[in-house]
Design a protein around this ligand. Sequence first.
Ligand code: AMP
Length: 219
Amino acid sequence: MSLRVVFLGPPGAGKGTQARQLAHEWGVPQVATGDMLREAVANTTPLGLEAKRYMDSGGLVPDAVVIGLVGERLAKPDAAPGCVLDGFPRTVAQAEALDRLLAQRGETLHAVVFFDVSRPELLRRLTGRRTCRQCGTGFHLVSAPPKVAGTCDTCGGELYQREDDAEATVGKRLDVYAKETAPLVAYYEREGVLRNVDASGPAAEVYAAIQRTIGKVAA
Ligand code: AMP
């Protein structure tokens, strides 16, 4: 069994939550460039230091940097049966690089799942989002609050708000998405792999819709 999918959609659409679950179910890695970049920032690697200024302002990290990261990650043995790409590609140049990378290995994408959510709902989700520093579990102040304010239900770790989820930066990230990433919908439509999922409902419903979609295309 193999599964090679891209989760495409605006920030706050729930790609991370769904990617984690789908990757676990299929036994393939979740390859989330945002998480990889945040880890590089936390470890103050040269790459992390370069990426941080783009990330804090809500802009995109240069294509060459993320393409290099993903290339290295997909070459690891655990990615042989596939992966769930979450937050990559985000530009047409990245999508073309991914196509080349897969073609070199005689592989193609099974599907690109597009997460369809309205802008007001994205704003609501992003500004209320809180994440555990220790285990990465996600919460939401309104729709999925922790039992004890500021504390992770799973591991007791401290919850924090990502710097780029502050209200001022969120608007910029959505604008960058519209300009740089939204054109990928047409790109993957042309390739015949785009699958739309209504991602405005509760996480369990969205997951069921993704499973139905994946069931039709993966082998
Ligand atoms: P995310 O966690 O996916 O929302 O990503 C957080 C930030 O990391 C983004 O706002 C970008 O600055 C950067 N980033 C993540 N993935 C990419 C990518 N594929 N291309 C460029 N920048 C990225």
